[in-house]
Design a protein around this ligand. Structure first.
Ligand code: SF4
Length: 168
């Protein structure tokens, strides 16, 4: 019963028995939240901070976050950097290729809303939420790795509040 004491949210004790019950939904959402595989879409300076977050000092892997090169194996797409109108259809296409449930993190001022290119640019998209739904925004120019880690934990929190019915 030590397991039940450690996981009160996910397991329930059946009175008088050695049985643990839980809900399939909780198992799926917890496992996904704790093992987010991410697709990296880095286009500019913010991508350098993203790479730093994946390196040994900040160590993305300790959160269960593993980089995937294919959208079909990814739960999360991290868009880091400036996205132009020309690139926007590519971002949309990659998002469409990801399996449900899928999540989007916009990293940096450019991905969140155009950043320093918001004014006087003929080519920069004013935020990727113009083409795909964004779950978590991490502002900054560029955001520090700590901010990105916090954003990823926020994605995990959001996943844990969802139900399998939401995925269809
Ligand atoms: S938000 Fe700033 S650091 Fe990030 S891509 Fe745009 S200009 Fe570069």
């Amino acid at each position: 019963m030590g397991v039940i004491k450690k996981l009160p949210v996910y397991a329930e004790k059946v009175p008088g028995g050695g049985i643990i019950t839980t809900q399939l939904n909780k198992v799926f959402t917890l496992t996904q939240a704790k093992s987010l595989w991410y697709l990296l879409f880095g286009t500019a300076c913010c991508a350098i901070e993203l790479m730093a977050t994946g390196a040994s000092r900040y160590d993305f892997d300790r959160l269960g976050m593993i980089f995937r090169a294919s959208p079909r194996q990814s739960d999360l797409i991290i868009v880091a950097g400036t996205v132009t109108y020309k690139m926007a259809p590519v971002v949309k296409r990659l998002y469409d290729q990801m399996a449900e449930p899928r999540y989007v993190l916009a990293m940096g001022g450019c991905a969140c809303g155009g950043g320093p290119f918001y004014y006087d640019s003929y080519s920069v998209l004013r935020g990727i939420d113009k083409v795909i739904p964004v779950d978590v925004y991490v502002p900054g120019c560029p955001p520090r790795p700590e901010a990105l880690l916090h954003g990823c934990l926020e994605v995990g929190k959001k996943i844990r509040t969802q139900k399998m019915d939401d995925w269809s």
